[in-house]
Design a protein. Sequence first.
Length: 366
Amino acid sequence: MEQQFKEISNWMAEQNIDFTFLTSTDNVFYFSNFYSDPHERLLGLLLFRNEEPILVCPSMEKNDAISAGWKFDIIGYSDIENPWENIQQKVALKLSSIKKIAVEKDHLNVNRWESIHTAFPSIKEVISAEEKINQLRMVKTEKELAIIKEACKWADYAIEVGCSELAEGKTEMQVLAAIEYELKKKGIAQMSFSTMVLTGKNGASPHGTPGDTPIQKGDLVLFDLGVVVDGYCSDITRTVAFGDINDKQKQIYDTVLKAQLAAIDASKPGVACSVIDLAARNIISEAGYGEYFPHRLGHGLGISVHEFPSLTETNSLLLKEGMVYTIEPGIYVPNIAGVRIEDDVYVTKNGVEILTKFPKELQIIK
């Protein structure tokens, strides 16, 4: 945490920012190691240039914050208290003048912005904190990487469980339930997002919703899932065949795999995100499926399952050593099949290390 505080305080000094107020669960966790989902309650972290930070959370979570390692001041409040007066008083003890602040503009709602403005009417300028924090979170430390690798191991295990559960007549939801049950038995309490198990034509919806569709011979079955370990996410997609599939399905699968491998091969420090996206997209387009690849190639991964940056064909951002992101091309042909293959990768000095290990060669489950 010390390095994060140093980086943000230097940035605040350069920008002449009086304080930064963070309100998203993920960014509060990044700086404090305290993870909380406060629902409608206020969670916040006040950061200063030359003063110790202040955590804002419900009083019932103060001990949890301390247990997580928080050693600084905490503004706790009950459900019948308004925390803003206390925030105003605490900040006034540290700062005599407040003219410029930074907030998470993509997260802060209007009601809370009005509360900040009421508490600190002298504010003249408000800037976004996201750009700086995105840059900090984009490059992972060795500790962060070790945790993400562990999360990826459990994602691999989840796919293995899913494949072993496939049986004719079993529904998507039954397979999904078995995956999550086995993970919970192993101590995995949280998924990165709602697990997807989609069979047959349902796989042609990139973000489909699992239901009571039974698995049948000749189906392609798409698994998209991730697990959370110590606050960090994994994210994997595999598409497998349940029984023999037809030539069209096989062609789609082979095209996606070729595209995914090309994007992995193109991934190196100093290469633009757009180049990585196009390495895959051009292969899919040349095969005649360009219109059926409707989403970006991938996204950053860490505390949030979708982090900065977004790997699109228009993003000129250059890859840096230490980044972790997904590579997940797909082809989705309505009423025929959907195939997506996704890995989590870590940028090394010379290329990438693939963190998700479950085989990508077409698995035919009999």
